[in-house]
Write a protein that binds this ligand. Structure first.
Ligand SMILES: NC(=O)c1ccc[n+]([C@@H]2O[C@H](COP(=O)([O-])OP(=O)(O)OC[C@H]3O[C@@H](n4cnc5c(N)ncnc54)[C@H](OP(=O)(O)O)[C@@H]3O)[C@@H](O)[C@H]2O)c1
Length: 163
């Protein structure tokens, strides 16, 4: 499974329930990477999408709520339920799209992380792990540093470093 996230220089990913930056190139990268795939997200991230599933993708939302039900989404009430929904799905086709809580729980099941690293401080209140400090992960490749309306960023691919 692949984590996909956009993080600032402190590995912050969100503030007040929303994203830190609006980088159209990152949105495009996200859309291209996840198109036709399965995306797994927490209920809070789903709500931040204005309660609409991402089109052209299989949307799975984690929530403990029994009453949660939205057209175009599947619901998992636990990781056990999630893995049962994913039983027949190739793991390479599953993208964990956040937020913080869900990244933390699913990190150990992932072997790839596509991180858009933004050279700025977003005053975040939600964070993802610092992949540069995780001993079992390494950078596989990184794009050049790009600029979007004055915001500098780069795409970095991390992979789990199996011994
Ligand atoms: N920069 C990025 O790439 C990026 C991507 C996504 C999100 N974000 C940001 O991340 C922030 C939201 O993150 P968050 O950590 O607050 O929330 P979240 O991870 O999106 O959602 C947490 C919720 O998911 C449900 N959940 C989590 N684990 C579960 C489990 N094992 N079983 C059942 N339900 C489970 C629970 O929902 P219930 O409370 O309903 O039970 C929990 O309250 C926002 O600021 C958002 O904008 C950033």
């Amino acid at each position: 499974m692949t984590i996909i996230a956009c993080a600032d220089m402190e590995w912050g990913i969100g503030r007040d329930g929303g994203l830190l930056f609006n980088i159209p190139e990152d949105m495009e990268f996200f859309k291209t990477a996840t198109r036709g795939k399965t995306v797994v997200m927490g209920r809070k991230t789903f709500e931040s999408l204005r309660i609409k599933p991402l089109p052209g993708r299989r949307n799975i939302v984690l929530t403990k709520s029994e009453s949660f039900s939205f057209e175009g989404t599947e619901t998992a009430h636990s990781l056990t339920e999630l893995f049962s929904l994913l039983e027949n799905t190739p793991k390479n086709d599953v993208f964990v799209i956040g937020g913080s809580n869900v990244y933390r729980q699913l990190l150990k099941y992932c072997d790839t992380a596509l991180i858009t690293k933004v050279s700025a401080y977003g005053k975040a209140d939600s964070f993802i792990a610092d992949f540069d400090k995780l001993s079992d992960w390494k950078t596989e490749c990184a794009s050049e540093i790009m600029d979007s309306n004055g915001i500098k960023f780069q795409f970095v691919k991390y992979v789990r470093n199996y011994p």
